[in-house]
Design a protein around this ligand. Structure first.
Ligand code: SF4
Length: 209
């Protein structure tokens, strides 16, 4: 039976140079140079906001980070198996691919529909966290800059699409059925419930604009 993940080498600082955590109840984000400093800050924040502080907060936080760190950085405390985030990409790679998507022809034309698309992505099993530390690369600022003034509700909660390899916040403004097939995964890679599949079906199979 598997347990919580813990760091393989507790002295090693995660890529990006910070230990990081997002409180699931308050949404507050923390970045600290030590794990203990991070746990202290999270505990103080929870106390100040009238939230319980679990006895094993340190273990919970380590497990949370391990699920966002590169493969092999952590081990399962019960089985010793390495953490595997198979199919997930690093923040840096996602940013690079998102920039390519944002520069593709037709990006921004679907702006009126972007919030509805984002709501579909938010419920999709392919909507996954990035591997790495988003705050360390200033992800929010980079996404805002790429969005060029377009707004999305709940931007902070949107993560990455495992199929396109881009951040959903950028992808939902793309042209879902471009004249030229996009580079990257083919249509078949997207599930039926995906807004891209629906747009493609309408345009190419039913001949609707
Ligand atoms: S597969 Fe489609 S619906 Fe799912 S996250 Fe990716 S773009 Fe969104």
């Amino acid at each position: 039976m598997s347990g919580l993940y813990r760091y393989r080498d507790p002295r090693a600082v995660p890529p990006g140079g910070k230990f990081f955590y997002k409180d699931p109840e308050t949404g507050m984000e923390f970045y600290k140079s030590t794990h203990d400093g991070l746990v202290e800050s999270v505990a103080a924040h929870r106390k100040a906001n009238g939230r319980p502080v679990p006895d094993n907060l340190s273990d919970i936080i380590a497990d949370w980070i391990c699920r966002r760190l590169p493969d092999g950085w952590c081990i399962d405390s019960a089985t010793g198996a390495a953490n595997m985030n198979t199919g997930r990409r690093t923040v840096t790679e996602l940013l690079r691919r998102s920039r390519e998507a944002q520069r593709a022809p037709g990006w921004g034309q679907g702006a009126w529909n972007a919030p509805a698309r984002a709501a579909i992505c938010a419920r999709c099993p392919n909507h996954v966290p990035a591997v790495g530390c988003p705050g360390c690369v200033g992800l929010d600022d980079q996404l805002r800059s790429m969005l060029q003034g377009f707004e999305l509700p709940n931007l902070k909660w949107l993560q990455a699409c495992r199929v396109s390899g881009t951040f959903v916040a950028i992808e939902v403004f793309s042209d879902p059925a471009p004249e030229q097939p996009p580079t990257g995964p083919g249509r078949a890679a997207y599930p039926d419930h995906c807004w891209k599949s629906e747009a493609y079906r309408k345009k190419y199979l039913e001949g609707k604009p």
